[in-house]
Design a protein around this ligand. Structure first.
Ligand code: GTP
Ligand code: MG
Length: 345
């Protein structure tokens, strides 16, 4: 999963990125400004202790520091980078100090958010408009044309594509455009040190709710300092500062929420592994996430909530206690379930 961090110049993107990239469990990609984080999941760790597999695989999230490309806010490069993301984390500035004084009208993260959201819609509008002009010349009236019309109607009212009901054939017809206002979004308010523990800019919560975007509050500068400490010191420092969850935990959780992801787990002697899928994914869909053969040859899925398994201690015991269930294709997979596909190809 790729999460792009972007926002106005000086909002603290690179500071936040360094906070995420610092410390353990992070692999810096070859590319500058990209780092991959293992999603912490103690269920996976506990299962690994029982199965002692050759390999343990957590869900991985890559964070990208997307340069704002000032003075033009959404530069061509920034737009191109954003299109490749699964989640856009919009960073809003909520701090000021002697070195970074507030702009003349004062800080207003909600206004900053509206401006960014509108810029995203405008850039999509231009793409859609150009395309539909061509299609009109060619007198094309297919699913793509219908979908683009719906999109343009929304854009003209400053509504992001995320909130427009476009499905099936129409959705497929326009998916190639990678419209930015359709990508799930996460709001990140970068507050000053003094804002920690409180809930600064409460009006931003309402804006986030309306946009159906999760909102997290953090102080990038403090988090960057914390990320340089040892894990034990980090826990201590977070407690002292009254920070319930680190920036990394908050962003991972926020990205999962924005994507409406859950994770299920596969276990065995070779590998214990967590997988992410959209909430509401069927057993068949989850099988396909693991391997297309499992989807093609799907017979049944053996399912057990991780907590039940851990209580029983072994599959044999879980089976005799009736905790292990057999489910068909349509079954909806739940977060934290251990999942095993019986298949035949
Ligand atoms: N007081 C305070 N300063 C911060 C905070 N976060 C970032 N800064 C400072 O703000 C300045 C800009 O931060 P950057 O992380 O470089 O911002 P950016 O969004 O990457 O900026 P560009 O790459 O220029 O678009 C730096 O001097 C940071 O130290 C914060 O939470 N509190
Ligand atoms: Mg930067």
């Amino acid at each position: 999963m790729n999460v792009g961090i972007f926002g106005h110049g000086g909002a603290g993107k690179s500071t936040l990125f360094r906070a995420l990239a610092g410390g353990e469990g992070v692999s810096q990609g070859k590319q500058a400004g990209v780092c991959a984080i293992k999603v912490p999941d103690d269920r996976v760790d506990r299962l690994a202790e029982i199965f002692r597999p050759k390999k343990v695989t957590h869900v991985s999230i890559s964070f990208h520091d997307i340069d704002a490309g000032e003075p033009e806010f959404l530069s061509v490069q920034a737009l191109a980078a954003m299109r490749n993301m699964d989640v856009l984390a919009v960073l809003l500035r909520g701090f000021s100090d002697d070195f970074h004084p507030a702009p003349p009208g004062g800080l207003s993260p909600p206004a900053e958010f509206r401006e960014i959201a509108s810029a995203m819609v405008l850039s999509d509008y231009l793409v859609a408009q150009k395309r539909i002009e061509r299609m009109t010349k060619e007198a094309r009236r297919d699913a793509e044309w219908t979908a683009l019309h719906k999109a343009i109607e929304a854009f003209e009212r400053d509504i992001p594509l995320r909130r427009v009901d476009i499905r099936g054939e129409e959705e497929r017809a326009i998916s190639g455009f990678r419209f930015i206002s359709r990508i799930p979004m996460l709001l990140v308010l970068n507050v000053g040190e003094e804002g920690l523990g409180g809930e600064p800019y409460p009006e931003l919560s309402k804006a986030a709710e309306e946009a159906k975007a999760p909102l997290v509050r953090l102080c990038a500068k403090v988090e960057e300092e914390i990320s340089r400490l040892s894990p034990a010191e980090q826990a201590e420092f977070l407690r002292e500062m009254g920070i319930a969850r680190s920036a990394r935990d908050q962003l991972v959780r926020g990205a999962f929420d924005a994507m409406e992801y859950i994770s299920f787990i596969t276990v065995g002697e070779d590998e214990v592994r967590a997988w992410n899928v959209r909430r509401g994914t069927s057993a068949l869909g989850a099988a396909g996430r693991i391997h297309s053969d499992l989807e093609k040859g799907f017979i049944r899925a053996e399912v057990i909530p991780c907590e039940d398994f851990l209580r029983c201690g072994s599959m044999a015991k879980a089976r005799t206690e009736g905790k292990l269930r057999l489910e068909g294709k349509e079954y909806i997979v739940k977060d934290g379930e251990i999942f095993h596909v019986r298949f035949n190809v």
